[in-house]
Unconditional design. Structure first.
Length: 216
């Protein structure tokens, strides 16, 4: 009987341990305009695990949000942006590999989405190994959502439509880019960064550095 109880207890401990490990992975993106806390989706394991690895390696330390477009998104993760002179063209760097597409989630405001090369050279829609963008977007009218549904052969639920109309986003990207997480704290930071002045290449005229760490 004692042996049986020990086995039951051991099984329970192992089960609880595995259960605790299945919690969503949170990350914190630190900037001078405030911090953004994002959760990485378990539904996109390749992108989640890649981001976690890069963060652990210190990959994102002092990289820039090198491309900022108000009412659209803020983009970073190019390793060539670290200490880059103001005249340097950015947006082409990465860790030397791509991540297979895991397309599914929608581009609501706060969506953490993987940047990628265009379809002409990347028909499989593979993601950059490190570059990402965070959606700011705009409040999308119902008629526009209906148009995107028809053009993209997609179906938005009532809750999807409500979120796009009230919180905002950028549905033009749906079905074409991998959303692998979302900002759950600090949506106002997106607005602050997106409002900064930029040059002709949409690079902020004053560098906006980031650091990303695991956890809140």
């Amino acid at each position: 009987m004692k042996m049986y109880m020990r086995i039951v207890l051991l099984t329970l401990v192992l089960f609880l341990g595995l259960t605790c490990q299945k919690g969503e992975q949170l990350i914190t993106i630190e900037t001078e305009y405030g911090d953004m806390v994002a959760k990485l989706y378990d539904a996109t394991p390749s992108h989640r695990d890649n981001m976690v690895k890069l963060i652990k390696d210190g990959f994102y330390q002092d990289l820039l949000f090198h491309r900022v477009m108000q009412n659209f998104m803020i983009q970073g993760g190019d390793p060539e942006s670290r200490d880059a002179p103001s005249e340097k063209r950015l947006g082409m760097g990465g860790p030397g590999y791509q991540v297979d597409a895991e397309i599914g989630a929608l581009h609501f405001k706060g969506a953490l989405s993987a940047a990628r090369q265009p379809d002409q050279v990347n028909p499989e829609k593979k993601s950059s190994g490190s570059q990402f963008f965070i959606v700011q977007g705009y409040q999308v009218p119902a008629q526009e959502l209906d148009r995107w549904q028809q053009q993209k052969n997609m179906v938005y639920s009532d809750s999807d439509k409500e979120r796009y109309q009230n919180i905002g986003g950028y549905p033009f990207l749906d079905g074409d880019y991998t959303v692998f997480g979302e900002v759950v704290e600090g949506l106002d930071v997106i607005d602050k960064i997106a409002a900064q002045p930029v040059d002709g290449a949409n690079r902020p005229t004053s560098d906006i550095k980031m650091n990303i760490r695991l956890g809140r």
